[in-house]
Write a protein that binds this ligand. Structure first.
Ligand SMILES: NC(=O)c1ccc[n+]([C@@H]2O[C@H](COP(=O)([O-])OP(=O)(O)OC[C@H]3O[C@@H](n4cnc5c(N)ncnc54)[C@H](OP(=O)(O)O)[C@@H]3O)[C@@H](O)[C@H]2O)c1
Length: 264
């Protein structure tokens, strides 16, 4: 596969590192505005660094735009003559839908939106994927690429904003829950580093249990809640204080905001 990443910033670099680690290309063009951002990728076999976006596109089959939303329209306008129906065009730009991209490059082009989260830097991203009509048949290829950097879920494009809240903002939501657990652990007598280890490993264990067993969370909760015991006492107090409702309302608030940003 001949791949170009247009805009090698934080996310573009993480994706490039994953692709290089998995040797999943025949050539990889990385484009930049400032050479500093691609220093890590000098002298790697079949990796070509250039500030010429049009050249990178002309030499590649898959073109992944990893630009800030404010830059994407201008860059698409500048390179649209180089994008053909054979290209698979992917974009990670938050809030930029396939219709907006098609305005520049044409709705007959294969356009796939990909929304990873920051765990992509360690190969553990939950990545949401949606495509325009022309891009539907190329979705498996996008999945193959991003499954190397974590897990993917394909969805209708109108769910992608919701997916962004759950998975991209979700990283911050889970961090807060972990931080609160460490605060509780310190109050109960642990050192900060011990509290952090206890909280993160327990969180990892809880998620792994559900992933590996396929069980519903409530089933696993039943296994640790002895009648009249300490776990149910703690859970009931958390619910009384609004834990589930605060989380759900936070998710909905985040979703309302992302939709406002999209239309503003
Ligand atoms: N970071 C994440 O985890 C994450 C997750 C999901 C989605 N996203 C989305 O991914 C996109 C990129 O985010 P990021 O955090 O990686 O941003 P970033 O670090 O600013 O990366 C964008 C890169 O594009 C370069 N660039 C700008 N104009 C260019 C041009 N004409 N040609 C070539 N390169 C150009 C920038 O160069 P300069 O430094 O010179 O400006 C910068 O290195 C955003 O749309 C964001 O919504 C990010």
């Amino acid at each position: 596969m001949k791949i170009a990443i247009i805009g090698t910033g934080k996310l573009g670099s993480s994706i490039a590192k994953g692709l290089i680690k998995n040797k999943s290309f025949t050539s990889l063009y990385l484009t930049y505005r400032s050479i500093k951002s691609v220093k890590d990728f000098e002298h790697i076999e079949n990796v070509i660094l250039t500030d010429n976006n049009a050249l990178a596109i002309a030499e590649s089959d898959i073109v992944l735009f990893a630009l800030q939303p404010k830059h994407i329209d201008g860059v698409l306008e500048a390179v649209k003559a180089k994008i053909t129906k054979n290209h698979i065009v992917m974009s990670v730009a938050a809030g930029v839908d396939t219709a907006r991209m098609a305005n520049s490059i044409g709705s007959d082009k294969k356009i796939i939106r990909v929304m990873p989260n920051t765990a992509i830097s360690i190969g553990k991203s939950m990545t949401c994927i949606a495509a325009n009509k022309a891009g539907q048949d190329s979705i498996p290829l996008a999945q193959d690429l991003f499954n190397q950097l974590g897990t993917t879920l394909v969805m209708a494009e109108d769910l992608l904003q919701a997916g962004t809240v759950i998975c991209s903002s979700g990283i911050a939501f889970w961090m807060r829950l972990i931080r609160a657990t460490t605060q509780g652990a310190i109050q109960l007598g642990f050192e900060a580093d011990e509290a952090n280890e206890l909280a993160t490993q327990t969180c990892l264990g809880a998620a792994s249990l559900l992933i590996e067993t396929g069980k519903h969370p409530e089933e696993e909760i039943d296994r640790v809640t002895t009648p009249s015991g300490c776990t149910i006492q703690g859970l009931n107090e958390m619910e009384y204080q609004g834990l589930s409702s605060a989380l759900i309302q936070g998710i909905v608030a985040s979703f309302e905001k992302i939709n406002e940003l999209k239309t503003s």
